[in-house]
Design a protein around this ligand. Structure first.
Ligand code: 5GP
Ligand code: ZN
Length: 113
């Protein structure tokens, strides 16, 4: 837990969130300002500021984060979606707790990539 981190506060239950999935290591919740019909954020509960700060010791956590995204997508009948990780302010990262955006909906056809 990192003191002023908004996602650590969500993990701790200090800030409410609309949870989609939770287990002991991961949380998936709805983005407060959705950019698509479905816009969820998948995070490890461990505070890692950004992808490029992950270490070798985080290898299993990062792999399981992706497996969790796939599992939740299947569980929620999301058959097509896009996964985006912004790494650094120049790429648009505003919350410095590693997260993957899960985006789905017809809007995606008009967006980058
Ligand atoms: P970034 O730009 O860092 O990749 O994405 C951060 C995302 O977190 C944004 O899409 C923003 O809407 C979302 N966000 C920021 N604060 C909160 C919050 O308190 N609750 C939720 N659910 N989403 C948040
Ligand atoms: Zn954090």
């Amino acid at each position: 837990m990192s003191g002023e981190c908004v996602f650590c506060k969500i993990v701790a239950g200090e800030i409410p969130s609309a949870k989609v999935y939770e287990d002991d290591r991961f949380l998936v919740f709805k983005d407060i300002n959705p950019a698509a019909t479905v816009h969820w954020l998948a995070i490890p509960k461990k505070h890692i500021a950004r992808l490029s700060e992950a270490k070798g010791e985080d290898r299993e956590l990062l792999g399981d984060l992706l497996l969790t995204v796939g599992h939740v997508a299947r569980e929620r009948n999301l058959d097509a979606y896009r996964l985006i990780v912004n790494d650094g302010a120049g790429a648009g990262q505003t919350v410095f707790h590693l997260h993957a955006h899960i985006l789905s909906g017809k809007e995606l056809g008009e967006r980058l990539l």
